[in-house]
Design a protein around this ligand. Sequence first.
Ligand code: HEC
Length: 129
Amino acid sequence: MASSSIASCRILGVAAAAMLAGCATIDLRCAMGNVQRRYVELTRTLEAGGNFASRDAAIELRRALEARAVAVDSPYAGEPEYRRLLQEAVQSTDEVRKVAERFDREALSTLRSRVSVHCDACHSKYRRS
Ligand code: HEC
């Protein structure tokens, strides 16, 4: 009984790890779906004005943008322009995180478009579909 529940825990753990890592390692489009979800979550937390939630969401979005499939395995990863646009997008999530950490609720509400301009900048050059 005990050993079977440990085993099923392990299976669940492996499945959860595969789900978390899996998407990021499959391809750029899949990883971008993850970026999109993190971005929506950040927008939601910024609108709600929660400092801790916004900080955490900004960190998660940064991680999604820095996923291997985006930063290393992307077909464009060798292009300096792509790397610059990605770097700027990552930096914009850091700006949001810093504002959130200052507990500056008013500034937080002005940050919504700060990240999305960087999504658009890269898409207008590299997104074909
Ligand atoms: C450095 C470049 C870059 C940045 C920054 C970037 N993207 Fe993308 N994104 C791409 C590329 C390239 C594609 C097209 C991938 C493909 O179709 O193979 C894409 C595709 C997408 C897609 C479509 C995925 C699908 O299922 O077809 C979504 C949604 C998306 N990005 C959201 C975002 C959001 C939100 C941000 C900003 C938080 C962002 N992206 C930032 C490069 C970028």
